[in-house]
Write a protein that binds this ligand. Structure first.
Ligand SMILES: NC(=O)C1=CN([C@@H]2O[C@H](COP(=O)(O)OP(=O)(O)OC[C@H]3O[C@@H](n4cnc5c(N)ncnc54)[C@H](OP(=O)(O)O)[C@@H]3O)[C@@H](O)[C@H]2O)C=CC1
Ligand SMILES: Nc1nc2c(c(=O)[nH]1)N=C([C@H](O)[C@@H](O)CO)CN2
Length: 243
């Protein structure tokens, strides 16, 4: 199979909300995109029709992850970025088996991002050499990685692990690859969030607003355009750390 020469962005969990918004912003810039999805929906079908390379992978099923890695390595000579967006916001109250919950949180938020960074870093380095500019790894973490969460304990711990990956990979891959994190506290509510929950969540920050997915898109775009940031976290939290 002829290898593709344009260096695409690779984003995980691109089928909805922030991941999908990031894809749309990259396509609008004329960039090529490879994405992973877990659930096939009409959105995925539409992205395929727009020449987005959509690869199915459930991060709790290692064989689907390995197959995805093999596909990317076989079809591309380099990657412009890896954006780790896929996430499972698991909670202790919704879980009957806490060992399974912790294992799943670690798998989705730490083990697979680690595997992808280790397996695909040569493609990032190759693109950086050819483009003569640094390429990027971006981890979507969470405000609670630093502060903890009493309702999403395993989730918060796994996001802290993901945040730590940013530090290690920033050391390992500099100067050819920049590695940063984005830590939102609130970007957008879930459809099922009731008014009482939303009001309580909004009051946790100084700015008391739901910024929406474009706040996250702007942060991704900043990191991709920055020439001098690595090993850092962009905190998108409305001043919650001071509230
Ligand atoms: N929304 C917010 O306010 C906040 C978001 N964040 C972080 O920002 C990022 C984007 O948030 P948001 O858009 O709300 O995320 P969502 O929870 O809406 O979507 C996450 C994506 O991850 C995918 N995913 C979930 N589990 C798996 C799995 N086991 N294997 C593969 N993919 C999986 C989903 O795939 P599919 O749809 O195909 O099932 C989905 O597309 C996440 O990392 C999140 O933790 C942090 C703080 C606040
Ligand atoms: N994977 C996800 N992680 C998180 C989500 C989400 O919808 N998906 N949402 C939040 C909330 O914004 C929470 O911080 C306040 O309601 C956190 N992480």
């Amino acid at each position: 199979m002829q290898k593709e020469f344009a260096y695409p962005h690779f984003i995980t969990g691109g089928g909805r909300r922030l991941g999908l918004a990031v894809i749309r912003s990259l396509l609008a810039q004329g960039e090529r995109v490879v994405m992973s999805y877990r659930t096939f929906t009409p959105v995925i079908e539409a992205l395929m029709a727009e020449d987005v390379h959509c690869i199915r992978a459930d991060f709790t099923q290692p064989d689907t992850v390995s197959k995805m890695v093999n596909t990317i390595v076989a079809e591309y000579n380099g990657l412009r970025s890896i954006i780790h967006n896929a996430s499972d916001w698991g909670s202790e109250t919704d879980s009957e088996d806490l060992n399974e919950l912790m294992a799943r949180m670690w798998q989705v938020h730490v083990a697979v991002p680690y595997q992808l960074n280790m397996s695909l870093q040569s493609l990032l380095l190759c693109a950086a050499h050819d483009l003569n500019q640094a390429t990027d790894i971006i981890h979507l973490t969470d405000f609670v990685a630093e502060k903890g969460s009493d309702k999403h304990i395993a989730y918060a711990a796994s996001k802290a692990g993901l945040a730590n990956l940013s530090l290690s990979f920033a050391r390992q891959l500099a100067p050819k690859v920049k590695v940063n994190a984005i830590a939102p506290s609130l970007l957008m509510f879930q459809e099922g969030d009731n008014k009482e929950y939303q009001q309580k969540a909004l009051k946790k920050s100084l700015l008391c607003l739901e910024p929406g997915e474009q706040e996250g898109v702007a942060a991704v775009q900043y990191l991709l355009s920055s020439r001098y940031m690595t090993g850092r976290t962009l905190a998108l939290d409305g001043g919650r750390h001071l509230a």
